[in-house]
Design a protein around this ligand. Structure first.
Ligand SMILES: Cc1cc2nc3c(=O)[nH]c(=O)nc-3n(C[C@H](O)[C@H](O)[C@H](O)COP(=O)(O)OP(=O)(O)OC[C@H]3O[C@@H](n4cnc5c(N)ncnc54)[C@H](O)[C@@H]3O)c2cc1C
Length: 381
């Protein structure tokens, strides 16, 4: 007999760990498997939106409320946009900067504390349909083993092989790719804490933010040809900062950059016995830095669906309800993001935006509203 759980969650990023914590806290048996060992790095702008913080605060898990603050999150009160034509700064109100090293490790810890079984250093390599259950093949350094689940929640992120194999989807042809690195406190230069510094250049943009330990997080979304032409993400970041007349942090060219697969993608979020959440269920370019908020919000909605299906022959229609809800929310996000990201690609438009913002700072409301709003949808999907 293989060990069996009602729910197995694959991937302990923001979505997977929150999901496991939420279900375990409600009394559901959950196994969370993660291929890395914590703490582990992740390419990210490290900015938590007001909405992301609100989901944690309202999760019903006491330790989740205010967790980023307890970890030393730096409140973000400014968004500084840099272009070749100068810069503009607008006020923010609700979000914060927190390293993924600290945040993700703490979320896994909360999943454990809530009662989930967590296996780090364990990769899910295959899922097979059994008779009313799913059989997962897990690979760990000491060998492979099989476990069974009534429902598999895949939260394996943007480059997840399992989600791309098991769930139909597509990647946008003109999608940008992501890259990021972290520079130690000695190399953070003059980039002030509490501000999102966003440098726009030819072929993409670069966000810089000071983290709780004084280090500087750099994350970019760029056209692949621009990265190739510059000779890598480091030189491209230098070019963009110089074109904005912003200081180039010492050691940037030699920093260890990590890349991501193409960013913008759509996916069907549920098939019988399997659901996907977070980046595994689809993603959009990160200009407004909302990926973690979307991942947390998605995990919250999906856990509510799972808990309501528990009372009637689990997993029941969980995958159908989640796929429908996810498609509805994604359609709305795609429409809003397509306008923002499309506008940023128009040559000269970021420079025009800076001129406009100098005269009318209120014109930044779409960005500040997206980053600051704190309401969490309460409707049961
Ligand atoms: C350049 C860039 C900048 C960004 N900036 C921001 C920002 O400022 N603010 C923001 O909110 N969002 C930002 N995002 C988005 C954010 O990083 C993601 O949306 C978020 O991390 C999604 O969380 P997730 O849990 O879905 O995936 P991830 O955090 O990627 O976690 C997936 C986990 O699954 C594990 N895994 C993968 N495959 C397996 C397997 N087979 N078995 C076991 N484990 C597996 C991985 O090791 C990983 O730990 C940015 C993204 C990029 C690329």
């Amino acid at each position: 007999m293989n060990p069996s759980w009602p729910v197995v969650v694959v991937g302990a990023g923001v979505a997977g760990s929150f999901m496991a914590a939420r279900l375990a806290h409600a009394g559901v048996g959950v196994l969370l498997v993660e291929k890395s060992l914590f703490p582990r790095p992740k390419v990210c702008g490290a900015c938590l939106s007001g909405r992301a913080l609100a989901v944690l605060d309202q999760s019903g898990i006491p330790a989740m409320a205010g967790l980023p603050k307890k970890l030393g999150m730096i409140p973000l009160d400014r968004f500084r946009l840099g272009t070749t034509a100068g810069e503009a700064t607008v006020a923010l109100g609700a979000g914060g900067a927190l390293s993924r090293i600290a945040f993700d490790a703490a979320l896994v810890q909360e999943a454990r504390r809530s009662g989930a079984t967590v296996w780090e250093g364990t990769e899910a390599v295959a899922v097979e349909d059994g008779d009313g259950f799913q059989r997962l093949r897990l690979q760990a350094p000491d060998g492979s083993r099989d476990v069974e689940a009534r429902l598999v929640v895949i939260a394996d992120g943007l480059g997840g092989k399992l989600s791309s194999r098991l769930l139909p989807g597509s990647v946008a042809r003109d999608s940008r790719i992501g890259a990021g690195c972290v520079l130690g406190p000695d190399h953070a230069g003059s980039y002030a804490p509490g501000t999102i510094h966003m440098a726009c250049g030819d072929g993409g943009y670069l966000g810089l933010v000071r983290q709780e330990d004084g280090s500087l997080d750099l994350a970019m979304a760029a056209d692949r040809p621009a990265i190739l032409a510059a000779g890598g993400p480091g030189p491209l970041a230098e070019q963009w900062l110089e074109s904005c007349r912003w200081p180039v942090p010492f050691g940037l060219g030699r920093a260890a950059w990590r890349g991501t697969p193409p960013l913008t993608r759509r996916r069907v979020a549920g098939v019988p016995g399997i659901v996907a959440v977070g980046d595994a269920a689809g993603y959009l370019e990160p200009f407004t830095g909302e990926g973690m908020g979307w991942a947390l919000e998605g995990a919250e909605s999906l856990s509510r669906i799972i808990l309501s299906e528990m009372s009637r022959g689990f997993p029941g229609a969980a995958h159908v309800r989640w796929a429908r809800e996810h498609a509805r929310v994604s359609r709305r996000r795609h429409a809003a993001c397509r306008i923002m990201v499309g506008a940023l690609r128009i040559r000269g438009l970021p420079a025009l935006a800076v001129r406009l913002l100098r005269w009318f700072p209120g014109a930044a409301w779409p960005v500040t509203w997206l980053l600051d709003r704190q309401s969490v949808p309460r409707r049961l999907p």
